[in-house]
Unconditional design. Structure first.
Length: 200
């Protein structure tokens, strides 16, 4: 007997996971996030299974390869980051949404733990870079409309600036440098930022 959910699924689409299988998958992802953060993208898969409280076979059923698990963790992190953009857009003024989301993006980029480089080719339907660009554009568009961001600011340039800050400050001894550099980026994004940049 099929459920309403299965009946509504598109022909050929994967069947929905049972509740216990879905729970195991979420446990695997949570453990992988923690283990990759501690040990990098080459962390032991057996250690991930141990932290998840499942057998290695369960982990491999959900994620048949290391790259599949890395891609799933990366996609999950990006989904949380982009969900944060929508949350800020809905709850705070445009300027605060822009600064808040760029801070969240900086933290995301600084805590990548090598996953972006490890996932050399993303699975079909997954484009983390474009998803992040779309979120940046949503936040920027609202800030532009409110006069809180320069009209010539692009999502691609803004994302690249923050990635540059993350790369430059990820392992430096000055823990506050990233926040200071992001403050300079935010100053440059504000109306008048370009003309004010060269003033002594």
């Amino acid at each position: 007997m099929t459920t309403a959910e299965e009946t509504a699924a598109e022909p050929g689409a994967p069947r929905p996971l049972r509740a216990d299988a879905r729970r195991n998958r979420e446990l695997d992802l949570a453990a992988a996030r923690e283990t990759f953060a501690a040990d990098g993208p080459d962390a032991s898969l057996n250690e991930i299974a141990r932290r998840a409280g499942v057998g290695p076979g369960t982990l491999y059923r959900n994620f048949p390869t290391r790259q599949a698990l890395q891609a799933a963790v990366l996609a999950d992190r990006v989904a949380h980051l982009c969900g944060r953009a929508d949350e800020l857009i809905a709850t705070v003024p445009p300027a605060a949404a822009l600064s808040g989301w760029l801070r969240a993006f900086l933290e995301h980029a600084r805590s990548d733990h090598g996953l972006g480089g490890a996932v050399l080719s993303e699975p079909p339907g997954l484009d983390c870079h474009q998803t992040i660009l779309d979120a940046a554009e949503r936040v920027l568009a609202r800030a532009r409309e409110a006069g809180a961001a320069r009209p010539d600011v692009s999502a691609a340039d803004t994302v690249q600036l923050v990635v540059g800050v993350a790369l430059a400050t990820g392992h430096g001894p000055d823990s506050g440098q990233g926040e200071r550099l992001l403050g300079l980026v935010l100053d440059a994004l504000r109306p008048g930022g370009a003309s004010g940049a060269g003033r002594g």
